[in-house]
Write a protein that binds this ligand. Structure first.
Ligand code: DP6
Length: 367
């Protein structure tokens, strides 16, 4: 079993003045939810997600050795970087990146030696309520690992991806599930080989064809800023009256999913996935302070999905993130009927009628 020390590099074999890399990394949708964490971004329970394909962040990272004459006072413990979002300087994202670089400095000793220019864009609409922290932190972590690989070309692919996921986790927990593989587990689970609290791993067991090219249509219910950030929400799981039971339940649900992935039993899949979504929001409603991220239209959509499923027997279900948007999940072979249902009955509940069609993808890609 690897420990954090295994990711602290020895001296690098190469010296590089400057360069540029570009990676895209997708968003992911959790089936068993990560909600609650310990110090250093260690999850309170294991989670598993489908990697998405179309919703992604594309990040270019240019780097150049700092001039040795750069006065130290300018550096002042801070990293040297410029940040552009969709081509424009983005000052308000900088503190988050600064904090990320501080957290990962011990793993990437070259960080203070370079000036970085980070240029990032999303394929999904800005402020759509779709979390870009997972795809964004994963894309940045991939680029940083490309630099480390250039400094140390002997690095194996396995190490490259594992460490990329570890770094992404330190940016945003769910980001560690956006690096590699279609179904990704993050967090120790006794019966999942290789699973770790430190990084995400590709689900190692059998997956039934029912889940092949599984569809996720994201209904944009509310594009407003969330009243409560995920980070605050995670924090409220400390001293939460139901925390321990919830963490145990996540292990149980992940266990059930192992069998479900193998058998392809969609009825059981739906039960686990919808229960996880509602439990996540139940944790929010039962924390102190309590809060509600669902909107009236979130509930309208859930009820419409339940009615449609009852009437047609089509195995379609929903899941939720920490927000009001609804992810509609269904197998590829019913996609025509489900898309028609979405157009006929659910689009009216979306802000400006907006929704995004996505499906399972493979993870980050370098360009
Ligand atoms: C509800 O990964 O955004 O989407 O680690 O504080 O950045 P931080 O939290 P974040 O939490 C995501 C929580 C979730 C469930 C999930 O993706 O597992």
């Amino acid at each position: 079993m690897l420990t954090t020390n295994d990711f602290i590099p020895q001296a690098y074999s190469h010296n590089i003045e400057s360069g540029e890399f570009q990676w895209s990394a997708p968003s992911n949708i959790a089936l068993v939810k990560y909600w609650g964490k310990k110090d250093n971004q260690i999850p309170a329970n294991p989670s598993v997600s489908f990697t998405l394909n179309n919703c992604k962040t594309i990040t270019t990272l240019a780097f150049a050795k700092k001039d040795s004459s750069t006065p130290l006072t300018i550096t002042n413990g801070k990293f040297s970087f410029d940040l552009f979002f969709e081509g424009k300087p983005k000052e308000d994202f900088k503190p988050k990146i600064q904090k990320f670089l501080e957290r990962i400095e011990i793993y990437l000793p070259f960080l203070k030696e370079y000036h970085f220019t980070i240029d990032t864009q999303n394929t999904f609409p800005h402020s759509s309520g779709i979390a870009s922290s997972a795809s964004g932190m994963a894309a940045l972590a991939m680029n940083l690992m490309s630099i480390e690989k250039a400094l140390n070309p002997e690095m194996t692919d396995a190490y490259f991806y594992q460490k990329a996921s570890l770094l992404a986790r330190l940016g945003s927990g769910s980001a560690c599930r956006s690096v590699k593989g279609q179904v990704v587990v993050w967090g120790n689970q006794a019966n999942i080989e290789g699973s770790s609290d430190l990084y995400g791993v590709e689900f190692p067991n059998a997956i039934h064809d029912n889940f092949k090219n599984f569809q996720d249509t994201i209904l944009l219910v509310d594009k407003g800023e969330k009243q409560v950030s995920s980070t605050v929400g995670h924090d409220l799981m400390h001293n939460h009256p139901y925390a321990e039971r919830r963490f145990a339940q996540a292990h149980e649900n992940l266990d059930k999913l192992i069998a479900i992935f193998e058998s392809g039993n969609l009825e059981e899949f739906i039960k686990v996935v919808e229960s996880e979504a509602l439990t996540l929001h139940a944790m929010m409603m039962t924390s102190m302070p309590y809060f509600i991220l669902m909107k009236p239209n979130t509930l309208q959509i859930i009820n419409a999905i339940w009615k449609f499923r009852n009437d047609t027997n089509i195995p379609v279900c929903f899941t939720l993130d920490a927000g009001a948007n609804v992810h509609v999940l269904y197998p590829e072979n019913v996609s025509k009927k489900v898309l028609q249902f979405i157009k006929d009955e659910l689009v009216g509940f979306c802000q400006n009628g907006q929704y995004i069609c996505d499906h399972i993808g493979n993870g980050a890609l370098s360009n």
